[in-house]
Design a binder for this molecule. Structure first.
Ligand code: FAD
Ligand code: DHB
Length: 391
């Protein structure tokens, strides 16, 4: 079996790449280890940058995001028990959209299959080979148990943070930058009405809390916890008490309801450089992971493949490898900006286990500067809503 671009992984990076390539007439095959049902059920991100939504709309897969997602023109920071709004629309004329990642994936999968895309779900023993040469191969066992070999011109490693593609680059040919944070996020989904029209990022003496939403009936909330916290050991009442204590002040309280999903998310920063080895190009979480505080992960995955698709179009239409040669450096510029933003939001809002009173006062000074100065607010608004996409 032959294709031009063999794509590992049907997450946001892999699916958007196959969509952008198809529009340039470039054939691809996606090899994915999970089933379609598993992918469409996994609860992850919720915030789409304006540029991500614009890209989905431009390529015909944004109708549901526009109709069922919610545009947010600002965000609230709560600290010292009081709210402080950042007005995205007024400061930078941009917004973000709340629309869950698994709904984006449903839209992308439906659109790609309707266009007869070749997506192999439920594969195992996936093995990229010969990535240093000009005819790389993806060997895999299909869902029906047949062993197959896919011969490609290029392989796109879009297989997430635990995928095989990054590990297939020789250790001597990559540098990995890693930071673990001394806390995690306890995330819940609850059947409850919204408590706020906009997202609420809270700094409190008990640690960080984030109030987000999914729909008028379902709310998404997170709070800082120990990295090894056992989510199942918490009663619903204890979860609500902790969330209420963190957002308290100013008469604000959360509207509670039945908790139907919970889990603890690790917090880490990771970058693999360069994002390329020979004919293998990494994109999305396969190359970098950000702590979720800046809501950047999915958006960075989309930004990477926008650059990669343009470089591949140039390569296949003119034979010029210039764009592919620049891919890693171009993508990494945005990646490191987003790493900084995600690290900064995380360190400004969370209370590390060893925080001194000085550290906490300094955080409050920083939050006051960000929300109380036009320049500080404008930086936050610009970074949160997303820098312009390349490609
Ligand atoms: P993935 O979504 O991880 O997709 C990789 C795919 O590759 C998977 O389907 C996987 O099954 C498949 N795969 C794995 N191994 C192999 C293999 N060997 N062969 C073939 N296929 C393989 N980001 C935001 O932008 N905004 C947010 O609000 C946000 N919130 C988040 C909240 C949570 C709780 C979490 C966990 C993440 C959040 N993120 C957020 C991050 C975001 O979900 C990820 O950055 C995004 O999914 C990355 O997309 P990807 O396509 O690179 O990787
Ligand atoms: C959500 C997730 C995030 O990481 C974030 O920063 C904001 C919102 C969410 O799942 O809604």
């Amino acid at each position: 079996m032959h294709t031009r671009v063999g794509i590992l992984g049907a997450g946001p990076a892999g699916l958007v790449l196959s969509l952008l390539l198809a529009e340039q007439g470039i054939e691809s095959v996606i090899v994915e280890t999970r089933t379609r049902e598993e992918i469409e059920r996994t609860i992850r991100a919720g915030v789409l940058e304006q540029g991500t939504v614009d890209l989905l709309v431009r390529h015909g897969v944004g109708d549901r995001a526009l109709a069922q997602g919610a545009r947010h023109d600002g965000v609230e920071f709560r600290f010292g028990g009081a709210p402080h709004r950042i007005d995205f629309a007024g400061l930078v004329g941009r917004s973000v959209w709340l629309y869950p990642q698994h709904e984006v994936l449903k839209d992308l999968i439906a659109a790609r299959l309707a266009a007869s895309a070749d997506i192999r779900f439920g594969c195992s023993e996936v093995e990229p080979r010969g990535i240093g040469g000009d005819r790389p191969v993806i060997a895999f066992t299909g869902a029906d148990g047949t062993r197959e070999e896919l011969v490609c011109a290029v392989v796109a490693g879009c297989d997430g943070s635990n995928g095989i593609s990054r590990r297939s680059i020789p250790e001597t040919a990559r540098t990995e930058h890693f930071r673990a944070y001394p806390f995690g996020w306890f995330g819940i989904l609850a059947e409850a009405p919204p408590s706020s029209d906009e997202l609420v990022y809270t700094h409190s003496e008990r640690g960080f809390a984030l109030i987000s939403t999914r729909s008028p009936e379902v709310q998404r909330m997170y709070f800082q916890c120990a990295p090894d916290e056992d989510a199942d050991s918490w009663s619903d009442a204890r979860i609500w008490d902790e969330l209420q204590a963190r957002v308290a002040g100013d008469g604000f309280s959360l509207r509670e309801g039945a908790i139907f999903q919970r889990g603890v998310i690790p917090m880490r920063s990771f970058v693999c450089e360069p994002m390329r080895h020979g004919r293998l190009f990494l994109a999305g979480d396969a190359a970098h992971v950000v702590p979720p505080t800046g809501a950047k992960g999915l958006n960075l995955a989309v930004a990477d493949v926008a650059v990669l698709a343009r470089a591949l179009a140039e390569f296949f239409s003119t034979g010029s490898p210039a764009g592919l040669d620049d891919y890693s450096a171009t993508a990494l510029r945005r990646v490191w900006r987003a790493q900084h933003f995600s690290w900064w939001m995380t360190s400004m809002l969370h209370t590390p286990p060893d925080a001194s009173p000085f550290d906490v006062r300094r955080q409050l000074g920083e939050l006051d500067m960000v929300t109380g100065s036009a320049a500080g607010s404008a930086y936050l608004a610009e970074a949160y809503t997303g820098w312009p996409l390349e490609g």
